[in-house]
Design a protein around this ligand. Structure first.
Ligand code: KIV
Ligand code: ZN
Length: 540
């Protein structure tokens, strides 16, 4: 039973908690993030990512740039159909056809946002747009008003904002709000600003734009000088209430402000930044892995929050301190971002039920029975080969099963034997099921991986270019599973395949086949809308 005083105190605490100002998290992993050179995601992968974002509490998901490609259009459409909590958003230039494509792809969502932008800096207006200030103002009026015909949630961005004349910027913002924009985004497009300056820009906007109280100010900071997160947080202190960011900080060139860093900085230093984001931080690690798997972009070991070493303590002094009290060297717990302590989990005698419980523990409560069955089969095989099976092994297996939905695969590995070592050229013998036909070959190569990939090319001839081949160990020890990522390219389209196995060469073959199967699916896909002419739009 609480005393009267305790009641009052806890009520006060609740009011205090509730009265924290909200900071909206706008994720652009699938739009700006996908603009990272080489980071393309399939529609299926984007759907998977959106489900995690939706559950994680991302307020707005920028799902793509619908006019830019049939794939983007399709992804935005699919995402607008499945999100339950987040607001899906599409990007458009200041053009009616772009806005139409946004509307057409987003219309299935109960609420959606159209994000339209135009450059306002002298260098962009002159060299990129070849437009005068008056023409830019006219384009803002037309585009924002047109977008408002479809939704009352319109965001407007002044591209290259931080190199824009401040007085002109204020004029454009006032106009965009008058035309109906309710979010005004200030991009540091080229990552040029520094925190003090970015905060000053926001303060200037707040003090000079007469109707600014009718809109939320947003920050979209790039990381060219490594200051994206610092700039966005400086903006927050000056009045920004929406931050645009990406998982793992991916994005054009050096990337965008990393979602996980923004959210955990606000959470950890809530004494200085008393805001609320609504993000379920325990899902951060899962989101990071899923984005890394889909893009084939590894996360650097020392990356803040989501790097492999972010919670590792190597030096004896640190380990000793941690054993005495974890607060000696830990400002946030690994559990708070969904990193579970490595544990020795299961053995070859563990049953399907225990396996399913473990998956649920690891954040895979919602995977289908097919995926569980597939992952469980792989687990049994792994348990026969590997003495200790860790959480990371299980995660690798289930990710593998999620990505390799065998029903989608036209080409499957039946068997592989590789002869490696010194002296003779390395040789691979492979049997594949190619569209139901069993085919075998023997090839030699410059190394076992080369011989393996040559077998695939021989059994299914193709011209796709290998862009990336990468191996990392899932856990420690010589019996660790290897996760292999392979990225291939055909006609400017890229796909990524990933696979984990204790045999690096089997994982390599399966990763290559995964990328190949995805490419075959991409080849078959037609433009979803006949009315919309898709354009290659890059280098925003
Ligand atoms: O960096 C940028 O300016 C952008 C805009 C389209 C918001 O990505
Ligand atoms: Zn950007």
């Amino acid at each position: 039973m609480q005393s009267g005083l305790e009641d009052v105190l806890s009520a006060n605490l609740k009011i205090k908690k509730m009265s924290k100002e909200k900071v909206y998290i706008f994720d652009t992993t699938m739009r700006d993030g996908e603009q990272s050179p080489g980071a393309s995601m399939s529609v299926e992968e984007k759907i998977q990512i959106s489900r995690v974002f939706d559950e994680m509490g991302v307020d707005i998901i920028e799902a793509g740039f619908p006019i830019s490609s049939p794939g983007d259009f399709e992804a935005v459409t699919a995402i607008s159909k499945i999100v339950k909590n987040s607001v899906p958003c599409g990007l458009s230039r200041a053009l009616k056809k772009d806005i139409d494509a946004c509307h057409e792809s987003l219309q299935y969502a109960k609420r959606f946002r159209i994000h339209t932008f135009i450059s306002t800096s002298p260098v962009h207006m002159k060299h990129k747009l070849d437009m005068s200030k008056d023409q830019v103002l006219e384009a803002i009026k037309e585009s924002v008003s047109y977008a408002r015909k479809f939704t009352d949630d319109v965001e407007w961005s002044c591209e290259d904002g931080t190199r824009t004349d401040l007085d002109f910027m204020c004029k454009t913002i006032e106009l965009a709000i008058n035309c109906g924009a309710s979010t005004i985004n200030i991009p540091d497009t080229v990552g040029y600003s520094i925190p003090e300056e970015f905060a000053k820009t926001i303060t200037h906007i707040k003090n000079s734009v007469p109707n600014i109280d009718k809109a939320i100010i947003s920050a979209h900071c790039h990381n060219d000088l490594g200051l994206a997160v610092a700039n966005a947080l400086a903006g927050l202190s000056a009045g920004v209430r929406q931050i645009e960011c990406t998982i793992n900080g991916i994005g054009e060139r050096a990337g965008n402000a990393a979602l996980e860093e923004i959210v955990m900085a606000i959470k950890t230093r809530n004494d200085l930044m008393p805001y609320e984001t609504g993000i379920k931080t325990e899902l951060i690690s899962k989101a990071s892995k899923i984005v890394s798997n889909a893009t084939g972009f590894p996360v650097q070991f020392n990356k803040a929050i989501v790097g492999k070493n972010a919670f590792a303590h190597e030096s004896g002094i640190h380990q000793d301190g941690m054993l005495k009290n974890r607060e000696t060297y830990e400002i946030m717990t690994p559990e708070s971002v969904g990193v579970k302590k490595t544990s020795l989990v299961m053995g070859k005698h563990s049953g399907r039920h225990a396996f399913k419980d473990k998956l649920s523990d690891l954040g895979y409560a919602d995977v289908t029975d097919d995926v569980i069955q597939n992952a469980f089969g792989k687990f049994k095989i792994l348990a026969d080969k590997k003495k200790h099976i860790y959480d990371e092994d299980i995660v690798a297996l289930v990710d593998d099963s999620l990505i390799f939905d065998n029903k989608l695969n036209a080409i499957n590995l039946k068997s592989l034997k590789v002869f490696a070592g010194t002296g003779e050229p390395q040789r691979a013998e492979m049997t594949l099921d190619v569209f139901g036909e069993i085919k075998s070959t023997v090839q030699t190569g410059d190394g076992p991986v080369d011989a393996t990939f040559k077998c695939i090319k021989e059994l299914y001839p193709h011209e796709m270019k290998l862009l990336l081949y990468q191996v990392h160990a899932v856990t420690e020890g010589t019996d660790a599973q290897a996760t292999v990522s392979v990225k291939i390219e055909e006609n400017n389209r890229t796909t990524v395949g990933q696979s984990a196995d204790t045999d690096t060469l089997v994982a390599s073959a399966n990763a290559y086949l995964g990328a190949l199967n995805k490419m075959l699916i991409k080849r078959e896909k037609k433009a979803p809308s006949q009315q919309i002419k898709h354009q290659k739009v890059r280098g925003i």
